[in-house]
Ligand binder design. Structure first.
Ligand SMILES: [Zn+2]
Length: 181
C-alpha cells in the first residue's frame, strides 16, 4: 500500500531535512531499539536519503536486510516480560513508514508555521488493514500547527509521556497532517 503525502515537495523536504539534522546533532537522537548495531549505524544515512529524494517505500526497501535488525526483542504485556522474534520484513515496513511520516509531519508543520498557517488537519495518509482503536478520535481533526510541531515524538522520546498529543499518535497510526481545505 502506497502512502499519499500530499505536500512532499522540495520545500517540505528542505524543512524535513533541517529538522532531522537538528535532532541528529543533539546528544541523544532517537533510534529504533529493534535495529542491530549495523542497522543503527546506517539508519541515519538511509533516513536522510529518503528525506532528500525518496519516500516511505524507498526507505522500506533500503531497510529490508536481515543484518540491519536484531533477531529478537524483549517486550512486556500485562506485567509479563517475554521474548519474540523480530520479523525484519514487517519491521522494515513499520519503521520506514513511521519514521518517514514522523519527519514529514515535523517538517510540514514547521513549513506551515513559517508561513503563518496556524491550523492544519489530521488525515489518513495510508490505508491500513488494522489500526489502533483510539485512532478514530483524531481522524479529520483540525488542530493547531504549533501543537503538532511540539508533539514530535512527545509520547516516547526523550522521555515517555503517554498523555502527550502527537501525530503519528502511536505504533500503527497511519495519520499525518495536511493543509485545511
Ligand atoms: Zn492515528
Amino acid at each position: 500500500m502506497k502512502s499519499d503525502f500530499e505536500e512532499l515537495d522540495d520545500e517540505t523536504r528542505k524543512f524535513m531535512l533541517q529538522e532531522f539534522d537538528i535532532e541528529q546533532s543533539s546528544i541523544n537522537p532517537y533510534i529504533s531499539p529493534r535495529l542491530s548495531d549495523i542497522g543503527k549505524k546506517i539508519f541515519p544515512e538511509l533516513m536522510k536519503k529518503a528525506i532528500i529524494s525518496g519516500d516511505a517505500e524507498s526507505l522500506e526497501t533500503s531497510l529490508r536486510r536481515q543484518d540491519y535488525w536484531k533477531e529478537k526483542e524483549v517486550y512486556t504485556r500485562n506485567g509479563v516480560t517475554k521474548e519474540r522474534i523480530i520479523n525484519y520484513q514487517q519491521a522494515s515496513e513499520q519503521l520506514a513508514f513511521s519514521e518517514f511520516n514522523t519527519w514529514y509531519v515535523r517538517g510540514l508543520s514547521k513549513k506551515l508555521l513559517t508561513k503563518g498557517i496556524e491550523k492544519c488537519q489530521v488525515y489518513r495518509v495510508k490505508d491500513a488493514k488494522w489500526e489502533p482503536g483510539d485512532c478514530s478520535s483524531h481522524e479529520g481533526q483540525i488542530v493547531d500547527t504549533k501543537i503538532i510541531y511540539d508533539g514530535h515524538r512527545a509520547k516516547y522520546w526523550p522521555v515517555i509521556n503517554k498523555s502527550a498529543f502527537s501525530i503519528p499518535a502511536q505504533a500503527g497510526c497511519h495519520h499525518s497532517i495536511r493543509r485545511v481545505r
